[in-house]
Design a protein around this ligand. Structure first.
Ligand code: FE2
Ligand code: FE2
Length: 150
């Protein structure tokens, strides 16, 4: 992967992370459960750290982090469309799990491509570990509200 390709790829991550900061901040203000509200608020802070570490990497590579509206619009459309079609906690948790899962897949794919750059790979790994813990937490919440089938 050359520098231009890496910059383009990192910028996609930058946008995905920005989207998650925004989404979790909004969600934290709409849920009633105090534990869930605080968790979403904290996760938004962690996603903000990802925005920063990816943004800084882009700058270190001589690039400029940029918001790509054409990239974010379809994701936003899908997420907010689904939330208005099927409002409720289960839908919200399922969307978050899907986003975290997708982020993990993307991080893993990029890690495999940049494995020679240990510093970059480490940063991506650490973000991936955060996404994994978010996914696990949301999945546990979803299990807690989903009726058990016998
Ligand atoms: Fe993230
Ligand atoms: Fe996350």
């Amino acid at each position: 992967m050359n520098r231009e390709e890496l910059l383009a790829e990192l910028n996609r991550f930058y946008n995905l992370e920005l989207f998650q900061v925004d989404l979790y901040s909004k969600q934290s203000k709409t849920v009633d459960d105090i534990m869930l509200a605080n968790t979403l608020e904290r996760f938004a802070e962690v996603e903000e750290q990802h925005v920063d570490n990816i943004g800084n990497t882009i700058k270190d590579l001589g690039g400029k982090p940029a918001v790509i509206t054409e990239f974010l619009a379809p994701i936003g459309g899908k997420v907010f469309g689904e939330m208005s079609r099927l409002p409720g906690l289960a839908t919200m948790l399922k969307i978050n799990i899907w986003l975290e899962d997708d982020a993990m897949t993307n991080y893993m794919q990029l890690i495999l491509k940049v494995s020679k750059d240990q510093e970059l790979a480490k940063m991506l790994w650490h973000n991936l570990v955060d996404e994994d813990s978010h996914k696990t937490w949301f999945s546990k919440q979803l299990q807690g509200i989903t009726p058990k089938s016998h």
